[in-house]
Write a protein that binds this ligand. Sequence first.
Ligand SMILES: [Zn+2]
Length: 302
Amino acid sequence: MTSKKPKINTNADDTRQRFFIDNSPVRGDVVHMTSALQTILKQREYPKAIKLMLGEMLAAAALLATTLKFKGRLSLQAQGSGSLKWVMAECTDQGELRGLAELEDGADFSDLETSAEALDALTDAVLFINIEHQHGERYQGIVPLEEPTIAGCLAQYYLLSAQVPTQICLACDGEHAAGLLVQLLPRNNEAEQELTDTDLWPRLTILTQTLKSEELIELPAQDILHRLYHEEEVRLPDAEPLKFGCTCSRERCMEALTQVGKDAVTEILSTEDEIQMDCQFCNTHYRFSPVQAMALFGLKVS
Ligand SMILES: [Zn+2]
């Protein structure tokens, strides 16, 4: 009796695959996430369209974080004034992802089907790109929401703010999220400019736009790149892992308590036995006894 080989889902791993097109200033990344997405979606109950939007934003954060040239993190935050308050996705230079969405109590999103409809439900939405250096330096960019999809808005942002022509595809089916980013980097000098095939970018743009969401989610990165760009010399370094990771810590909670101040902490302790802080991203509970809390202000509790 022969047994069939089990079908291996090559995208079971959460990965980011960088690629280059040889002899051209084109670079890109393909990201796939399954377990990281599922861990993030398990932290709260989300309606379908919100899951899809959060998944697309996580894929986008993973793609954009690959452009970081330092240790730090990049977050995307869509804020609005509607019953969907905000959606946030973050990725570190190490490929650690976390994300969260905040909905108004009792809000009903059951009639929404797609991520674009969720984006629409934000009402007067603003999309921020926040970049935080490991040593505290921060940068914030505002993405105009003039396109119907997050991918379209981000591509427009790259073009307008950085003058880097960029194509972005994002997809999420509620269990898997994936993304592809390809961009034409500025040439270093005129000699390089002369060597550039001027048809390359228009050609890549048309090819990239033929990618379907199902293909992006289901096919391994190599197959996607072969399917799109098989006429080019695509070079692939080793893929890197993506994973769920939260940057919360007891130290960060202590910093937050110090910022809140002695008076506010004392007031909480006048009615509570301890200070409780819960991380919304990973559901870790942090507890501070009165002795521990007041020690932050150099005070002893008798
Ligand atoms: Zn956490």
